[in-house]
Design a protein around this ligand. Structure first.
Ligand code: G6P
Length: 472
C-alpha cells in the first residue's frame, strides 16, 4: 500500500520541559488542521522536530513513543543544529532574504553546512519510514534541499513541495551565495506550490535565469524530468472559527472584555513577533491617528497581541525592545486615567479567547511589510458572525490577492494607513456587511481542506503526467 508522509521543520505538537518532565501540546496551527486527515490516516506519518533540545536517550524514547501514538515521528536536533541550521541559515539567511530584508541576512559558510547536514538528517528520517512508491509532501523554507535528496534515494517516489513564505524576485535570490543549490534542491519535487502566482512567477524566472532551464505554462523541463509549479492559496478551518465564535464561551469572554473596555472602540492586531509584520510601523500609524484625528482620543484603543517567536535571533530580540519602548512612549504621551491607547500582550492566547478578541474587534489591522499569506486576516473574517467589522490589510500580504474587499493599504504609507483607520472607524454598517459577506464567502469556500485536496490532487496528476512522458 502506498503511504503519504508529511515533512516539516516543526511538528504539529510542541514538546516542552517543565519541573515534572516533558509536556505535549498539540498545535492550533492551520497546517496541522489542514493536514490532519492525511497524516493521521492509517500508515501515514508526519516527520519533524519536536521544538526543543532533547539529548537524553530515555527522554528521546519517551518523545518518540508518545508522538508515535499520534502518527508523528521526531527528528531530534542537536544544540549546534538548532543554532546553525534553524536560527542560523533558516531564520537569519533564508527568512530575511525571502521577505526582502536582505540587510538583515547573514552569509555564514558554517550555517550553510549545517543546513545541508540538517536537510540530510530529515532525509534519512523520512527514508527510514518510506517505501519506493510513497508520496512525500515537504513543507517550507527550512527544507529546500530535501526534495532533491529524497529524489536521489527514491527516484520513483511522488514528491510535493510547498513554500509557505514569499518567493522573492530573482534579484534577491541571486544575492545568496547558494541560490543555485537551493533551486536545484526544490526541483527534486514533482510539484512545487506557492501561495500566489506572483511568487510562482518569481520562482520560474529564477530557474530560467540562474539555472538556464526552459519553463513554459508552469512547467519546468529538467534534463531528466518535468516539474509542475502552481499557486495554491492556503485557507483556514473556517467552520471551527465560525462555530467557536458563536459559542457561549466566546460570548462570555467577549462580554467580560466589553465591560472592561466600556464604550471604547477596538482595533485589533495579532502577530508572531517578527520584523516582517510591520508592528513598529503600525504603532506609529496608530499614534498618528490620535494626533491627526484627535476626536478618537479616549474613544478607540489598539489591542495588540504579539506572540513570542525566535527570541534567540538578534533581530527579534531588538524588535521586542523597540515595541516595548514604542508602546510605553505612546501610552505615556496620549493616555489618561480612564483610557489606555494601547493594550499590549506579549504572549499567546487560548483558542476561545482569541476568537473572542476577533469578535470584539471593530477593526483588524493586518499590516505586514511582507507576508507569504497571513491567516490572521482570514481568521478575523471567519469570526465576524454578525458581519460587522472592517479588515485593513497590507497589499504586501499574499492574502491581499484574494481579500480584495478589505481596505488594502501600503504599510509604508503612514498617511494612507491613518486615513484607512479613520475610514474603517466611521464606515457605515451597511458597507461593513457587504464587504464582510463577500470576504466570508471566499474564505469559507477556499478553506484549508480545499487547499490540501487541490494540492494532493495536482500532485497525483503530476505523477501520472511524469509517467506518460517517460513512456512516450
Ligand atoms: C512561519 C513559517 C513556518 C514556521 C512558523 C513559526 O509561518 O512559514 O514554517 O513554522 O512561521 O516559526 P517557527 O520558527 O517558530 O517554527
Amino acid at each position: 500500500m502506498s503511504r503519504t508522509i508529511i515533512v516539516s521543520n516543526r511538528l504539529p505538537t510542541k514538546v516542552q520541559r517543565n519541573a515534572e518532565g516533558l509536556t505535549f501540546q498539540p498545535s492550533e496551527g492551520g497546517l496541522a488542521t489542514g493536514l490532519g486527515s492525511i497524516y493521521r490516516a492509517d500508515g501515514n506519518v508526519w516527520v519533524g522536530w519536536p521544538g526543543l533540545f532533547v539529548d537524553d536517550p530515555a527522554e528521546q524514547a519517551e518523545v518518540t513513543e508518545r508522538l508515535k501514538s499520534d502518527s508523528m515521528a521526531p527528528v531530534f536536533l542537536t544544540e549546534a543544529e538548532i543554532r546553525d541550521y534553524y536560527e542560523g541559515f533558516s531564520n537569519s539567511t533564508l527568512w530575511p532574504t525571502f521577505h526582502y530584508f536582505s540587510q538583515f541576512a547573514t552569509y555564514e559558510d558554517a550555517h550553510w553546512a549545517a543546513y545541508v547536514a540538517a536537510n540530510q538528517k530529515f532525509c534519512e528520517a523520512v527514508l527510514a519510514l518510506t517505501g519506493p512508491e510513497d508520496t512525500i509532501w515537504v513543507q517550507d523554507y527550512q527544507l529546500l534541499l530535501l526534495p532533491e535528496m529524497l529524489r536521489k534515494a527514491r527516484p520513483n517516489a511522488t514528491i510535493g513541495f510547498f513554500l509557505h513564505i514569499p518567493f522573492p524576485s530573482f534579484e534577491l535570490l541571486r544575492v545568496l551565495p547558494w541560490g543555485n543549490e537551493l533551486l536545484r534542491g526544490m526541483l527534486g519535487a514533482d510539484l512545487i506550490g506557492f501561495h500566489t502566482y506572483g511568487y510562482m512567477r518569481h520562482f520560474l524566472s529564477a530557474v530560467t535565469r540562474m539555472l538556464g532551464l526552459p519553463t513554459q505554462n508552469g512547467q519546468i523541463e529538467t534534463p531528466t524530468r518535468t516539474v509542475l509549479v502552481d499557486a495554491f492559496p492556503m485557507g483556514i478551518d473556517y467552520e471551527r472559527y465560525a462555530e467557536t465564535a458563536a459559542s457561549e464561551a466566546a460570548l462570555a469572554h467577549e462580554r467580560t472584555y466589553r465591560e472592561a473596555l466600556r464604550d471604547v472602540r477596538v482595533v485589533l492586531s495579532i502577530d508572531r513577533l517578527d520584523y516582517t509584520k510591520g508592528i513598529a510601523q503600525r504603532l506609529r500609524a496608530f499614534e498618528q491617528l490620535l494626533i491627526n484625528h484627535d476626536e478618537w482620543c479616549g474613544k478607540v484603543s489598539l489591542l495588540m497581541v504579539v506572540v513570542p517567536s525566535r527570541d534567540q535571533v538578534a533581530q527579534y530580540a531588538s524588535l521586542k525592545e523597540e515595541i516595548d519602548e514604542l508602546v510605553g512612549r505612546i501610552n505615556a504621551r496620549h493616555g489618561s486615567i480612564s483610557w489606555n491607547p494601547i493594550h499590549y500582550f506579549y504572549r499567546s492566547f487560548p483558542f476561545d479567547e482569541l476568537v473572542s478578541l476577533y469578535r470584539l474587534a471593530d477593526v483588524a489591522l493586518v499590516t505586514p511589510v511582507r507576508d507569504g499569506m497571513n491567516l490572521v486576516a482570514k481568521e478575523y473574517i471567519a469570526c465576524k458572525t454578525d458581519q460587522r467589522g472592517v479588515l485593513i490589510l497590507s497589499e504586501r500580504a499574499g492574502a491581499a490577492v484574494e481579500l480584495t474587499d478589505a481596505l488594502l493599504i501600503n504599510p509604508t504609507n503612514t498617511n494612507q494607513l491613518v486615513e484607512a483607520l479613520h475610514e474603517a472607524l466611521v464606515m457605515p454598517e451597511e458597507e461593513q456587511t457587504t464587504r464582510m459577506s463577500n470576504l466570508q464567502a471566499l474564505v469559507q469556500q477556499y478553506n484549508v481542506f480545499a487547499w490540501t485536496q487541490l494540492f494532493m490532487d495536482r500532485l497525483a496528476y503530476s505523477k501520472i503526467k511524469q509517467h506518460t512522458l517517460s513512456t512516450d
